[in-house]
Write a protein that binds this ligand. Structure first.
Ligand code: FES
Length: 629
């Protein structure tokens, strides 16, 4: 009886609401939106605890409906608080909810334009019938974060993973730019495996200084050496500071950010064109809008990340990295991303698949042009097409637009052969990452031959050892430092555990007395990383690292070191007995006291595994069975 009376009340409430709407419409000549009627009906129904939401049984069941499709108290709880933002009720009725995972931060200058970019993504999501909801995650500004942004890549990935899994999200757009923001978002999202699409923020316009191009990072390293040797005035150096970064966007050299934006495209995780459109070009906004449209359809098609991130996709990324002269950091990040989706990928894959490939792109730090030139020349689709024509690209690998990557790039035209060369007449031959081994790095080390001096790729020299980067900085300018141009500089304790986070310090400054001789490169070996914008004959990521008891810890100044890149060798010419005696005197560094640092050092894997935390490898899917209250 009570139930029947309640139903009558609802019915009359609804009629009253409807009459009111009609009245308003007639009197003012306005058409109130249908949403308002639904909202009012819903309010009337909920006043007595009964749902009056219309049902469409043919609608695909969205993941978000486990929150918003609920009845009674739980449905109220999940929807009502969201309605404080003014969302009409029908948005909760089964539209694909698209999370826009935003790494915007004013402390991440390369991503500072991302709130504007997100608005264009939202346009596309609305157009396609989705419901966009933007959410922030930890942002990692490469130039601002101490001691190194890499220390927090895995932490940010946990933020991304749990934010996606815990919320009523059906599909995700990842807004990525500055170096570590790309791998951290891909890693976190991969561990959830929802339909996901990447969108990079785009590179800055070319730096311009004294009538010349000035590349992010690369120009800084060059000018630093000039100032140290008296080849540039400090006033000019200061002036250049305002000329290098003159628009929004990320580093416009082929540093880690542009490399990883290219990896996103080569993996098939973005729409074509993602890597190179400058941040300020209107077409970056167009791409954002198209990305918003596309993710809604990906949700409807249930096209998940694991269907894109296949072994073939990673092989394409490795080949593309070689062809663009990409950053050594891509090695660590791709290994970590592959680990999240369970794709078997190892350090040797980079050498086997990429080292014999040519570099096609004449861009800093390996060449002279910048990302803006790369875009005008046709961008990454041209490089991928060249790889496809040469039979290198796995053309059938699926991409987020639902097409195989080979089809996406089949007709990509090149507009400037000075910037993007052909496979037959490349910019540099055999330019991919080379993986070295030997008693200095039994688990591997990497070198980027395209950024090295050919004369040093086979070299034997006396080691000059620095126990830490601080010691290196303290001694390198000493005119009495016992070092000459044939020495091998060895830096220890800068790996994942040793300098927690594995800082980009492997491209050590050269001694001024060497630079004054006109020598601008020496062999350098460490367990550190280096900036993707850096260059030189620099052996990196020596594994196991010194702080983990790797052989690097045992090197002493005066030892003879052999580097032979063609033979893939990095060798310490010291006998085993001597090394064993040195090992007996070695003690590991103390653990950090507490907090993230402690967790990181206790669980970080070595560089040859991607430096992910051991307990983060793999994924947990997107299911969360329990309600919040
Ligand atoms: Fe952000 Fe280079 S510092 S991309």
């Amino acid at each position: 009886m009570i139930e029947r009376r309640s139903t009558e009340i609802i019915f009359h409430s609804v009629l009253l609401v409807k009459e009111s709407i009609d009245l308003v419409n007639i009197d003012l000549g306005l058409r109130l939106p249908q949403e308002f009627a639904l909202l009012s009906l819903h309010v009337a129904a909920q006043s007595i605890g009964v749902s009056a939401r219309p049902k469409d049984e043919t609608m695909k069941k969205m993941r978000s409906q486990a929150w918003y499709g609920r009845e009674g108290r739980d449905g109220f709880l999940y929807r009502s608080w969201m309605k404080n933002q003014g969302w009409p009720h029908d948005l909760f009725e089964g539209r694909p909810v698209i999370g826009i995972c935003n790494t915007w931060s004013e402390l991440t200058p390369c991503n500072a334009h991302f709130r504007e970019l997100a608005e264009f993504v939202k346009r596309g999501v609305w157009e396609a019938g989705g419901f966009p909801l933007e959410f922030p995650v930890m942002s990692l500004g490469e130039t601002q974060l101490r001691p190194t942004a890499m220390l927090f890549r895995n932490l940010a990935s946990m933020d991304v993973e749990e934010s996606i899994r815990g919320n009523p999200i059906d599909g995700v757009v990842l807004l990525m730019g500055c170096d570590k923001t790309t791998p951290s978002l891909l890693m976190g999202a991969a561990s959830c495996d929802l339909p996901t699409i990447g969108l990079s923020g785009g590179p800055m316009l070319s730096g311009k200084f004294q009538g010349h191009d000035l590349g992010s990072g690369t120009g800084l390293w060059q000018m630093t050496d000039l100032v140290r040797t008296g080849g540039m005035k400090v006033e000019e150096f200061f002036e250049a500071e305002s000329c290098m970064h003159r628009s929004k966007g990320h580093c416009m050299t082929m540093g880690t950010a542009s490399t990883m934006a290219s990896m996103v495209e080569a993996l098939g995780m973005s729409l074509p064109g993602n890597a190179a459109i400058p941040a300020v070009d209107a077409r970056r906004n167009t791409l954002a809008q198209m990305t918003g449209r596309r993710i809604v359809q990906m949700v409807r098609d249930d096209l998940c990340m694991s269907q894109i991130l296949t072994r073939e996709a990673f092989e394409n990324a490795i080949c593309a990295n070689a062809a663009i002269g990409g950053s050594t950091n891509a090695v660590i990040h791709l290994l970590a991303i592959a680990g999240r989706v369970g794709v078997p990928l190892c350090l040797d894959d980079f050498d086997r698949l990429g080292s014999s490939l040519p570099c096609l792109v004449d861009i800093q730090p390996s060449g002279k042009h910048l990302m803006e030139d790369f875009f005008y020349a046709g961008g990454l689709p041209v490089v991928l097409r060249e790889l496809a024509d040469a039979g290198v690209l796995k053309a059938e690998a699926l991409t987020v637009n639902g097409q195989p990557i080979g089809k996406n790039v089949a007709d990509a035209p090149c507009w400037n052969r000075e910037v993007i060369r052909t496979f037959k007449e490349p910019f540099k031959a055999n330019a991919g990452i080379a993986v070295l081994r030997g008693n200095l790095a039994p688990a591997g080390a990497v070198i980027k031959p395209s950024a090295a001096s050919p004369r040093l790729l086979q070299h034997r020299g006396r080691a000059v050892v620095f126990e830490s980067i601080e010691e290196c900085h303290a001694r390198i300018n000493d005119e009495n430092l016992d070092i000459d141009e044939n020495c091998v500089m060895v830096l220890k304790n800068c790996g994942p555990r040793g300098y927690p986070g594995m800082a980009e310090v492997g491209n050590m400054l050269l001694p001024p007395k060497i630079l004054r001789m006109g020598v601008n490169d020496m062999v350098r070996i460490s367990d550190a990383r280096m900036s993707g914008t850096a260059y030189g004959t620099v052996v990196l990521h020596a594994c196991p690292e010194a702080a983990a008891g790797g052989p690097l810890a045992l090197v002493q100044s005066g030892d003879i070191v052999t580097l032979d890149v063609p033979k893939r060798l990095v060798q310490l010419d010291v006998d085993d007995n001597t090394l064993a005696a040195r090992r007996a005197n070695w003690t590991p560094p103390p653990l950090p006291d507490r907090g993230w640092l402690r967790l990181y050092v206790e669980h970080v894997q070595q560089a040859d595994k991607g430096a992910d935390l051991d307990f983060l490898v793999g994924g947990s899917g997107s299911q969360v069975a329990r309600d919040s209250h």
